[in-house]
Each structure stands twice: as structure tokens, then as C-alpha cells.
Design a protein around this ligand. Structure first.
Ligand code: 5GP
Length: 148
């Protein structure tokens, strides 16, 4: 940097600010915009196409449920529609009644299969950037099997 000797406190502070900015930008890219167009190469689309493996719990014409690769509790299953929907807003707007009922049914069946229908569970769908969504295909985290 012209006029600022390298190693000076100003240069070090400037470098730190640049690094902080770059790290914020990188982090922002990992999260999904709630209004984003559907990305056909997202990891769950690839699981649906059989390109990536998944430990499947339940499958129907409209939905798929499989164990989360990084479980946050004894039971942590992801329930997704088979159609190309980025989030619950797009799903509600564009999915057919059969797809909507099919997803609800898959959630109930998964809870029963995992044995948490009586003990209870948490159902979460992180949506968009502020919701912390990292995979741009609608999914419900079904979490339980212990006191949360
Ligand atoms: P989100 O952060 O979008 O709400 O949740 C994405 C979830 O997908 C995370 O809990 C993460 O562990 C899970 N996940 C990411 N990649 C894979 C994968 O390849 N297979 C499975 N089974 N889960 C994944």
C-alpha cells in the first residue's frame, strides 16, 4: 500500500478488515436466499436422483425421509418433498394438494417409524439467509429421541 509501511499498525488493521470482509462474504454465500430459484444441483436433489447415498427411513410418491448426516440428537431425520421447491413459501405457492398432503403424511409416518410419535419431537424448517438454511431444497428436521 503506497504511503503506509507494511507491518505498520495501520497496514495490519487494514489487512484484518479485508480478511473480516472476505470471511463475511464467504459465509453469506453458504446461506440460501428465501426467494432463490431452485438449484437442481443441490445435495438433496442429487440424493433424490440417486447420485448420492442416503440412509432412507421412509419413501412415498411425494416425499423422502432420511437420516441427517450430522445428527444433533438421537433422532435427526430430514423429510423432503420430491418436487423442486427451495423452501416452504415456494412449496405452499406451487405444490399441488397431493404433494402437500404427501409431505405432511411423510412427516407423521417418519415420526411413527422413528418411535417418537408418543414421546414428542421438534419439527424445524430453516428458511433463507436469516433462517440459516444451507441446503436449498425444502426440508423439515425431525429431531427427538431425547429431551431437547
Ligand atoms: P439446513 O442447515 O439447511 O437447515 O439443514 C441442512 C441439513 O442437511 C444439515 O443438518 C446437514 O447436516 C444435512 N446434510 C447436508 N448434506 C447432507 C448429505 O449429503 N446427506 C445427509 N443425509 N444430510 C446432509
Amino acid at each position: 500500500m503506497k504511503g503506509v509501511p507494511t507491518g505498520s499498525p495501520v497496514a495490519i488493521l487494514f489487512s484484518l478488515l479485508i480478511m473480516l470482509l472476505l470471511s463475511c462474504l464467504a459465509h453469506a454465500e453458504e446461506r440460501v436466499d428465501a426467494a432463490a430459484d431452485y438449484d437442481t444441483n443441490n445435495v438433496f436433489a442429487r440424493i433424490l436422483r440417486g447420485e448420492l447415498p442416503a440412509d432412507i427411513v421412509f419413501e412415498s410418491e411425494y416425499a423422502l425421509a432420511f437420516h441427517d448426516i450430522s445428527p444433533k440428537a438421537r433422532v435427526h431425520v430430514l423429510v423432503i418433498p420430491k418436487g423442486p421447491y427451495t423452501n416452504i413459501l415456494q412449496f405452499n405457492q406451487n405444490a399441488s394438494s397431493e404433494e402437500k398432503l404427501g409431505l405432511l403424511d411423510a412427516i407423521s409416518q417418519t415420526a411413527r417409524i422413528m418411535g417418537v410419535d408418543e414421546s414428542g419431537f421438534r419439527l424445524v424448517s430453516n428458511t433463507g439467509r436469516d433462517g440459516g438454511q444451507t441446503v436449498p431444497h425444502l426440508h423439515f428436521h425431525l429431531i427427538g429421541g431425547e429431551h431437547l
